[in-house]
Design a protein around this ligand. Structure first.
Ligand SMILES: CC(C)(COP(=O)(O)OP(=O)(O)OC[C@H]1O[C@@H](n2cnc3c(N)ncnc32)[C@H](O)[C@@H]1OP(=O)(O)O)[C@@H](O)C(=O)NCCC(=O)NCCS
Length: 191
């Protein structure tokens, strides 16, 4: 099936388009979350992000074929809190990794934060989560501190990372086949 999806990716048009999550996304978000984390967010947690948190934005990437079993293949949750965009969670279904989905979601949310007037990005990541750390570093997020035993199952330190000033690096933007499709850097600061 991935070959068919690749065939749809002809040309330099980003194939993975995200959309805002709604309450209808709840069941599928929980399913995806369970496939990606040892301590997954609960349905109640997602509900609170979607309904009870004015700062929260949840964006999803639907399955290109909308199969019944797996309708959402990736999501990201950020909080836009005044001058700061906080990255709460990000997950891509194991069958769809290394195809640029996470990068696409980070790009979109950085754009969102910049348009909302944010000047820096903040996040935490497990100390041993090299794939996520590589991803964030590719956007120039820098480690600045650790939080001892922040995570459970297994217990692990968190690395705190920041992107300050907030910027999108368009040379990192990829299409659905992982090809770079831009070369500009945009930096946003608040004086
Ligand atoms: C981390 C995660 C979101 C990456 O999603 P993805 O769609 O596969 O990532 P992308 O293809 O957009 O981006 C890949 C970049 O991330 C890094 N990366 C992704 N997977 C990697 C791996 N297995 N090993 C090393 N680096 C990796 C690389 O820098 C890569 O860039 P490259 O392809 O140019 O080398 C995904 O692996 C995932 O959902 N993991 C489980 C949940 C998780 O850890 N979430 C992060 C919480 S902080």
């Amino acid at each position: 099936m991935m070959q068919e999806i690749d065939a749809l990716n002809e040309g330099n048009v980003p194939f993975w388009l995200s959309q805002e999550a709604t309450l209808k996304s709840l069941d599928q978000l929980v399913t995806l979350e369970k496939a990606c984390f040892s301590v997954p967010w609960s349905r109640q947690h997602f509900h609170a992000e979607l309904e009870g948190n004015q700062f929260s934005r949840v964006r999803i990437i639907p399955h290109p074929e909308c199969t019944q079993n797996l309708q959402i293949i990736a999501y990201i949750c950020v909080w836009i809190v005044f001058e700061e965009i906080r990255y709460l969670n990000l997950a891509v279904h194991p069958d769809f990794r290394r195809r640029g989905l996470a990068k696409q979601l980070i790009h979109e949310t950085l754009d969102l934060g910049m348009r909302a007037g944010c000047c820096r990005g903040m996040l935490e990541v497990r100390k041993t989560n090299d794939m996520a750390k590589n991803l964030y570093e590719s956007f120039n997020f820098k480690s600045y501190s650790t939080r001892k035993s922040y995570y459970t199952n297994p217990t692990e330190d968190a690395i705190l990372m920041t992107l300050d000033p907030l910027a999108t690096h368009d040379d990192e933007r990829r299409d659905g086949r992982g090809n770079a499709i831009g070369s500009q850097t945009t930096i946003h600061t608040i004086s």
